[in-house]
Write a protein that binds this ligand. Structure first.
Ligand code: ZN
Ligand code: ZN
Length: 421
């Protein structure tokens, strides 16, 4: 592992000296997590660091987003993105820098907050990489654009920044790069050409019936039965309408109706989540859901058609072939091939995909392992990989050494595949 001694990157010469500072930044952000669209303190730290490193800084982009620009002569523009938000989860890592923070969510509830997706790591990596690349600016030409994005966990942040003029107020990048800390041996990186994270669509469906006394079903149009047959029929979308070589997930996570056993209610609520890895499959699955929901309501004689309301949605996150190959070659050259793995598309979702797809710019997203390599190897040997705490688990705790270092190296090495002398 580590740099090839024959080709040290001038931008990475000061990384060792910077690590203690990055460790304290990480612990500071970790113990001061902020919910989606409330990331003012974290954004402030990011902006302060960018200014100190010589970047032109714009704050408040898409609410709490921060954009830093380092214009350094003619050459490509590379955008690096880190998300900043934490989750309403009570941390149970037992770390001495664990979060005990609480915040008020949008419903006015007081909730625990913690960085159980590792976005504190992403902010720290980008703060480190932008500083090192600024210090080494005599070794490259072009423009570096650092984007600290709010509200990834609610799927709003990338779109909020785009709607607030990210594409009009700042230079158009030649490539957009992003990374996520994940379960996997620390010291390794994983990626792939094509879809890297799934598209996700959540829908709320309101089914209308006619309420009546439970003893007189003939006077009702029963939304409970309507909802039950809708849920069952929705299972046929993936099993009967999607080819064996294609993939999709349709999960009904909410099914609500009624208050009392002898009252037939007058409506039912279904909330469901769809994951797909292909735009055509996504269109077909969403159309099938709409068709089935309407047909089941009609079959029951519903007094009016169901109301289908989109909840959050995440775009498909597709890695551009040419740019991904360029990043992969740079990683293999720097870390060695055995530290760079090919991965399948993850059923998780990421709004990072919005930047590249809406801006029509090639983008590359990869995963950085955050699990202690010995713990990972032992779990693998015992066939217990699925028991390791994953992102969003209250026990998700990336091992700092070497994860902190690797994520700075990946950003610098990938950026240098475009920004050269
Ligand atoms: Zn997450
Ligand atoms: Zn995340």
């Amino acid at each position: 592992m580590g740099p090839q001694p024959s080709s040290p990157d001038p931008a990475l010469r000061n990384l060792d000296a910077l690590l203690p500072d990055l460790t304290s930044l990480y612990k500071d952000i970790h113990s001061h997590p902020e919910l989606s669209m409330q990331e003012t303190r974290t954004a402030g730290l990011a902006a302060e660091r960018l200014r100190a490193a010589g970047y032109e800084v714009t704050t408040g982009v898409g609410n709490t987003g921060v954009v830093g620009l380092l214009r350094n002569g003619d050459g490509p523009t590379v955008m690096l993105r880190a998300d900043m938000d934490a989750l309403p989860i009570k941390e149970a890592t037992g770390l001495d820098y664990a979060s005990t923070a609480t915040a008020t969510d949008r419903e006015g509830q007081t909730v625990p907050v913690s960085h159980m997706c590792g976005h504190d790591m992403h902010v720290t990596w980008l703060a480190g990489a932008t500083k090192l690349l600024a210090e080494a600016r005599s070794s490259w030409r072009g423009t570096l654009m650092a984007v600290f994005q709010p509200a990834e966990e609610t799927g709003e942040g990338a779109r909020a920044m785009i709607q607030d003029g990210l594409f009009t107020r700042f230079p158009k990048p030649d490539v957009i790069l992003g990374q996520h800390v994940m379960v996997g041996p620390a010291g390794t990186v994983a990626g792939r050409v094509g879809p890297i994270t799934s598209a996700a669509d959540s829908l709320q469906i309101r089914l209308f019936g006619r309420g009546a006394h439970g003893s007189m079903p003939q006077a009702s149009i029963d939304p409970v039965v309507m909802a039950a047959s809708t849920v069952m029929r929705l299972q046929t979308v993936v099993s009967r309408e999607i080819a064996a070589a294609e993939a999709a997930v349709v999960t009904v996570g909410v099914l609500q109706a009624g208050t009392k056993e002898n009252v037939i209610p007058d409506e039912a609520i279904i909330k469901l989540n769809v994951r797909t890895f292909d735009a055509g499959v996504r269109t077909r699955v969403l159309a099938a859901i709409e068709r089935i929901v309407n047909a089941e309501a009609a079959a029951s004689g519903a007094p009016r058609p169901p109301e289908i309301t989109p909840l959050d949605s995440y775009p498909l996150n597709v890695n551009n072939a040419e740019a991904t190959k360029r990043v992969g070659d740079a990683f293999r050259g720097y870390f060695g091939s055995h530290h760079v793995h090919e991965t399948g598309p993850a059923p998780a979702s990421e709004d990072f995909g919005s930047f590249g797809s809406e801006w029509k710019v090639p983008s590359v997203f990869w995963f950085v392992g955050g699990t202690d390599p010995e713990i990972y190897a032992k779990a693998k040997k015992e066939n217990r990989i699925n028991e390791l705490p994953v992102n969003h688990s209250p026990k998700f705790a990336p091992v700092l050494d070497p994860t902190l270092r690797i994520g700075v190296e990946t950003l610098v090495v990938a950026t240098r595949a475009w920004l050269k002398a």
